[in-house]
Design a protein around this ligand. Structure first.
Ligand code: HEM
Length: 524
């Protein structure tokens, strides 16, 4: 193209875009800063230059413009806990992902990045039964076995003088060992590593934080994937651990594919033999898959284009990251608050004694779920660990939404960050304080406060692993705190309080995580 024509077209394009976004765009009547309506650079500045501070800018915008704000040229954000269920509606009302946001996850063919409603349903279907309450109850022995391994590690620490452990890393190792066992039938055994494989936790946090960059520059994923590994390692050392995991996931996916291929060939041979003998043809395709990866390879549930190696790798990576750091963070937040509140811990132990009479007694998830004070502690832990602190936009493709006097046109990405719901002082007075009693009092008043726990989001895109997360939370808190006397080591509430949004909320810079010393075992 003629260079001078290009020189003319560029400013014309920019001016045209500004005029369109300000005056003609379907969202042009919504309140918000003009700069945010005109350019993504506004978000870019707060998220990337100011490192994860856009969440606070969104809060400031709400203070200035009211509960509905146009936060980027194409997106609205609503700050009203009572409207949450409308945005994150169930499958009967279609909700899709926003195409401008999914690059965040760096796994283009996974379920979590699937935009279209029906396509997402297809991808999620083979996994639903694995994460049902019934399946998780069956998995309980594996969860308990791993909690037992963690308990052995803690017991071994008692002998050491002033041995300090990273509780948050220990919990990530625990959840990782459970999810890898469940996904592949063999655990990565991070609980056996001296530092609980801290590098994996750091890698997940770094990769999640990098999501904002991928959102703004999606092509970066392809660039980093095509880069020689040695160069990527040099440029970004944390990427090395992630690469190691990606390779492990890929080779396990290959193993799973080979196993299925071998099984198919066996079946074909058997069927040929049976047909020769005029026997009935029994096809084993519908047989219950043994691991999650076998399910993702099930030809009776997914067409061939959904059973590619790339997809298995992407899905595997999401399962390991989503299934480990999330629950581990909640466990770390609960531990920190319990260890800072002796009266709460004493009351919890008193309640636990009813189902766990000795420090080494065990109890089932079902028994523990019936305990109101433990439940209140888990709810407070979920509330104060915020789930995901990045907004998670949803698009209603077939209906306009009405919020107060505002009509939100169909197709508009809308979000409500879980942090704002769970820290809403009109619902949770004094929201920063860890107060399990607020749950007991609300229950006595007949109020369902739990509808405002949105860490897992809601609706058709709600967390797949919610049952597994609850089982791990109940079982771990009960078994570790019934038995061990722990003491925080140079850790305080600023080591978990949200400062920056890096997908998982990041605390103050330089935080060394939640650390504790194992003082001993409880006597009664
Ligand atoms: C306290 C623990 C957990 C929290 C707070 C949490 C939070 C979330 C959130 C907010 C989403 C929605 C993401 C989005 O909209 O883009 C999600 C999705 C998901 N979570 Fe969790 N999660 C937890 C535990 C788990 C566990 C244990 C697993 C087990 C593998 C898991 C697997 C998934 C998967 C596969 C998705 C994608 C679901 C879909 O797209 O349909 N999560 N989780």
């Amino acid at each position: 193209m003629d260079f001078y024509l290009l020189l003319w077209l560029c400013p014309l394009y920019i001016v045209g875009t500004i005029v369109y976004r300000l005056f003609l765009h379907p969202l042009s009547g919504f309140p918000g800063p003009k700069l945010a309506a005109v350019t993504h650079l506004y978000e870019f500045y707060f998220n990337l230059v100011q490192d994860g501070m856009f969440i606070w800018e969104v809060e400031r915008m709400h203070a200035q413009y009211g509960p509905v704000v146009r936060i980027t040229p194409h997106e609205l954000h609503i700050k009203d806990a009572h409207f949450y269920d409308e945005i994150y509606a169930p499958a009967s009302r279609k909700r899709e992902k926003y195409s401008g946001f999914v690059a965040h996850f760096g796994t283009p063919s996974s379920m979590v990045t699937t935009i279209q409603h029906e396509h997402h349903r297809l991808r999620r279907a083979p996994l639903n039964s694995f994460f049902s309450k019934r399946s998780v109850v069956q998995l309980e022995p594996v969860i308990r076995e791993n909690i037992g391994k963690l308990a052995d590690r803690l017991a071994a620490e008692i002998q050491k003088d002033e041995g300090v452990i990273r509780l948050d890393a220990a919990f990530t190792a625990l959840t990782m060992d459970v999810i890898t066992h469940y996904s592949y039938g063999k655990s990565y055994r991070y609980l056996d590593e001296p530092d609980f494989k801290l590098a994996w936790k750091d890698a997940v946090l770094a990769a999640s934080a990098n999501g904002a960059m991928l959102r703004h520059f999606p092509a970066m994923l392809a660039v980093s994937k095509s880069m020689p590994h040695w160069l990527l390692k040099k440029l970004d050392p944390q990427a090395a651990v992630l690469l190691e995991i990606q390779h492990m996931v890929r080779s396990q996916s290959v193993e799973s594919l080979q196993r299925l291929q071998a099984k198919k060939e066996d079946n074909e041979k058997t069927n040929t033999a049976k047909t020769t003998n005029n026997d009935a043809n029994d096809n084993n395709d519908d047989e219950q898959a043994k691991s999650i990866f076998d399910a993702l390879n099930n030809p009776s549930m997914l067409p061939p284009e959904e059973r590619t190696l790339d997809r298995l790798q992407d899905e595997g990576q999401i399962l390991l990251a989503a299934g480990s750091e999330t629950t581990a963070k909640t466990l770390a937040v609960i531990s920190l608050h319990l260890l800072r509140s002796p009266a709460v811990l004493a009351r919890l132990r008193e309640e636990l004694i009813s189902v766990m009479p000795t420090p080494i007694s065990t109890a089932s998830w079902v028994e523990l779920e019936a305990l109101p004070y433990l439940t209140a502690i888990i709810n407070e832990g979920l509330r104060l660990s915020y789930g995901v602190t990045t907004r998670l936009p949803r698009v209603a493709p077939t209906e306009d939404l009405q919020y107060k006097e505002w009509i939100i046109p169909r197709g508009t990405p809308v979000s409500e960050t879980s942090y704002f719901v769970q820290m809403d002082p009109t619902i949770f007075p004094n929201p920063d304080s860890f107060d399990p009693d607020r749950w007991i009092q609300a229950a006595a008043r007949g109020e369902r406060l739990d509808r405002f726990i949105v860490s897992f989001t809601k609706g058709s895109r709600q967390c797949l692993g919610i049952n597994l997360a609850y089982a791990e939370l109940y079982l771990t808190v009960a078994h570790i705190f019934r038995r061990f006397e722990l003491e925080l080591f140079e850790t305080d509430v600023d080591d978990v309080r949200l400062v920056r949004d890096r997908f998982f909320g990041a605390p103050r810079d330089g935080s060394k995580g939640v650390r504790a010393i194992v003082r001993g075992e409880t006597l009664l």
